[in-house]
Every structure is written in C-alpha cells, then in structure tokens.
Design a protein around this ligand. Structure first.
Ligand SMILES: Cc1cc2nc3c(=O)[nH]c(=O)nc-3n(C[C@H](O)[C@H](O)[C@H](O)COP(=O)(O)OP(=O)(O)OC[C@H]3O[C@@H](n4cnc5c(N)ncnc54)[C@H](O)[C@@H]3O)c2cc1C
Length: 417
C-alpha cells in the first residue's frame, strides 16, 4: 500500500491524479479462509484489521452483502464519548476513545476525529443526580469528565437556552475529549489498512446460510451469493441483522432490532462547536463541517428492518430540541434516514463465543456503537484469535443473560448514544 502524505498529494497533483491506487482490493472469494467475518461495517472491518495487525492472522475475509459502511456505520450521528457508568463499559469505551485519538495516523487515513467535547445536559433533578453519580464513577475509572454549572454550560455553548420553562438546564456532564469523527472514513480507513495486510474485502456478497458439521456440530463454512466458502472460525458482526444470522447458525440471541433515525438541516454558518445531548427531551445535536445541524433522537417503539425515516419522528425530535435550541426553530431540514439497531435488554453489547463451536459474535451495540469501533474490533480480534475473551471483553459474554450478570447502562446512564 502506498502511503498517503502531503508529498503524495503534491506528486499526484503534478501528474493529474493518474497514479492513485485502489484504496482496497476487490478479490473474488477464495474457497477457504482461516477466519470469515460477516459484516463490512466498522466493527467487522476493525476486527479483521486487528486480527491481521495484532495477531498475524491474515487469511481472513470480510463478507458484506451491500457496500462498506452501508449499515449503521454510515448512518450514525458519530458521537464519541466514554462517560459510561459501569466499570466494564468504561473500560471498553475508553479503550476505544483512546484508540480514536491517533487512529488517522495508525491507519494512514484521515478519519477526521474531532475531540470537540460532549456535553450531556441535566434537565431534571433526577438526571442531575444520575450524572453526578456518573461523574464520580468516571473519576474512579480515570476518565476525564466533570460536572459543570448552568452558566458554564451556556459559556461553552452559547446557543443553548438554559432557562426553558419546561426543562431548564440544571448543569451538565462535560467530557472535553469526546467528540465526533467522519463515519465513512472510519470504515474506509480500516478496510484499506486491513486489505494492505492481506485481508480480502468482499462486497456484494450476502451470507445466506451457515454450514456446520452435522446437527449440533462446529461451524464449517457459509453459503453466499458468490458461492460456498469454508472456514475454521466465523465471526458474526451484522448489528441489526444479528438475530437473522444467529437463526441461520441455530441459536437465539437476546436482541431486538429497531429503527433509529437521524436528520440534518440546511447548512448554516458555524454556531456550535461541541456535541450536546439532551436526554430528557431525547434529542442531540452537533454541527458538521459542512455546516448542517446533525440531529438524532430515540429509537422507534417497534421492531422493524426498514432503514427509513418517518414523519412523526421528525416532529418528535425537532419539537423536543426547539425549546433547548430556539435557534433551530426556523431551519429547514434537508435529509432524514434510518438504521436498524440491535438492542439488548441491558443496553450493553455482546462480544464472545456463541453456543456453536467456532462461531463468535459481536453485536448489541444498539444506538451507541460507532464510538466503540476501535476498541470493539481490538477485543473481538483477540477473542477470535485466542478462542477466549480478553480482560476487557470478558464481562460482555452472552452467558451474562443466563447468569443475571447484566451491565445495565439503560437506567444507569439514562442515555442512548
Ligand atoms: C441514526 C443512528 C444514529 C446513531 N448515532 C450514534 C452515535 O452518535 N454514536 C455512536 O456511538 N453510535 C451511534 N449509532 C450506532 C452505531 O451506528 C452502530 O452501533 C454501529 O455503527 C454498528 O456498527 P456495526 O459494524 O456493528 O454494524 P453495521 O455498520 O450496521 O454493519 C453491519 C453490516 O453487516 C451487513 N450484513 C447484514 N447481514 C448480512 C449478511 N447476511 N451477509 C453479509 N453482510 C451482512 C450489513 O449490510 C452491514 O453493512 C447510531 C445508529 C443510527 C442508526
């Protein structure tokens, strides 16, 4: 792989950009791989990259039924933070946030990580107490966050209305090194770096069945729209379609698939240089580099597989944010879309072995897995390579639902993303 650099840009400018190579290969699938990763989203691609980079396992294929990042990875609002309450969550999300810091350099691909700061507003007494508890837990976990006063909130984000009649701002949980990154670039950066290490990235290749050695036996391969492929190990990383793939393999998951939607406004001049999450009214907002206000809300209240937006959702989310951000009340909304998120009961992910020997799974990131891509890929690769979860992934095994060892972030963090 030829490195991207200022020198390379100058060289290509001088020869009319005729010398750029493909960012990643486009191979036909081989008949056999040591590891097959199903799903070319951020988590699948990061898993493949760290399998090759950290564990020297390069006979790997990533099978993607559509295009890279076409699932939730390319549809999310890109909030990155690690201010979770539970120790297990703090470990994996902070590992991930730390990896984001120099991911552009590691991958030699500009993922536009922007640690502009994330403010989580406290708009009820209950929320204020919950955030204080989280701030204390973060301090114990070594994660840099702080509680700030309403005046400080206003100073950091002047367009906020802190005196709203229904939901005044009582304070905020501020993580100064949280922020955003360019979502497609994260997928593309991992794909390019993995491909350079020998991983086969195969798009438009849908897995339609999972083969096992007889009933109850270990995995032997997959049937795909490009034919049968055998493998020693299989890793399922398909977010909202996890239940479908698990059924193909012959086991069940405690996952529900629901649509989550987002929308962007027309572009306006820079007016907000942080991310704000208003969890009581269920909305959050940041401004993209193009000037659009990027807005997201909560999940729809029903199960579905449609990656589309709906009108009632626009109304709900925008209405909720108008009191806190009066500035948006006359903005035109440009685009709206949806993704299918994979929700567990405790709102924490599942990483580890499955009941079928040789099959591993990474899912359950729900509404908040973009921020976790580097850390999740790191831990999943270690789990697949060694056959048992590493220290960080350990608590996220599927057996926790049987043992009642939940990692409850739904009530604890009072926030989705
Ligand atoms: C609107 C929205 C806003 C969000 N906001 C945030 C946020 O601000 N911050 C945050 O941290 N997270 C956010 N998330 C969540 C985040 O996007 C996801 O948790 C994360 O992207 C999941 O990545 P993934 O790689 O697991 O899944 P995906 O990116 O969905 O990739 C899974 C891939 O598997 C492929 N696949 C499925 N079935 C098959 C098959 N049979 N064969 C082959 N391939 C298959 C799909 O095509 C897909 O490309 C948001 C999500 C949405 C939808």
């Amino acid at each position: 792989m030829r490195r991207y650099s200022a020198f390379a840009v100058a060289r290509e400018a001088a020869r009319f950009h005729s010398g750029w190579e493909r960012a990643w290969g486009n191979p036909e699938p081989k008949r056999h791989y040591e590891v097959i990763v199903i799903g070319g989203g951020g988590h699948g691609l990061a898993t493949a990259y760290y399998l090759a980079k950290n564990h020297g396992i390069t006979n790997v294929a990533v099978l993607e039924k559509g295009w890279l990042g076409g699932g939730n990875t390319g549809r999310n609002t890109t909030i990155i933070r690690s201010n979770y309450l539970q120790d297990a969550s703090a470990s994996i999300y902070e590992l991930s946030r730390g990896l984001y810091e120099d991911l552009s350099q590691q991958l030699n691909f500009n993922i536009m990580f922007s640690p502009r700061g994330v403010m989580m507003l406290c708009q009820t007494e209950h929320e204020f107490r919950a955030m204080q508890r989280t701030a204390h837990a973060n301090r114990l976990a070594g994660i840099k966050t702080e509680m700030v006063t309403p005046h400080k909130v206003k100073e950091i984000c002047p367009i906020l209305n802190i005196d709203g009649p229904r939901y005044p701002v009582l304070g905020g949980l501020w993580q100064p090194r949280g922020g955003t990154a360019r979502h497609d670039a994260v997928a593309w950066g991992y794909a390019r770096a993995a491909s350079a290490l020998g991983v086969d990235i195969i798009q438009k290749c849908e897995v339609t069945a999972i083969d096992r050695y007889g009933p109850g036996g270990r995995v032997s391969g997959v049937q795909t729209s490009k034919g049968a492929i055998t493998c020693d190990k299989l890793c399922i990383v398909v977010a909202g379609h996890s239940g479908v793939l698990a059924e193909m393999a012959g086991f069940r998951l405690p996952i529900e698939s629901m649509p989550l939607q987002a929308l962007v406004s027309e572009p306006i001049k820079p007016c907000m240089d942080i991310v704000v999450m208003a969890n009581t009214v269920h909305g959050y907002m940041s401004q993209s580099d193009k000037g659009e206000m990027v807005i997201g809300g909560g999940t729809d209240g029903y199960n579905a597989y449609t990656q589309r937006g709906s009108f009632q959702h626009i109304e709900e989310t925008v209405r909720a944010l108008c009191e806190t951000f009066p500035i948006i009340s006359r903005l035109k909304m440009l685009r709206q879309w949806g993704g299918i998120v994979d929700m567990t009961g405790d709102r924490s992910p599942i990483i580890g072995k499955t009941p079928v020997e040789g099959i591993f799974i990474n899912c359950g990131w729900g509404t908040g897995g973009f921020k976790a891509i580097p850390g999740s890929g790191w831990c999943t690769a270690a789990t697949v390579a060694k056959g048992t979860p590493d220290e960080v992934a350990g608590p996220f095994g599927i057996d926790r639902f049987r043992a009642g060892r939940m990692i409850d972030e739904s009530v604890a963090a009072a926030v989705a993303h």
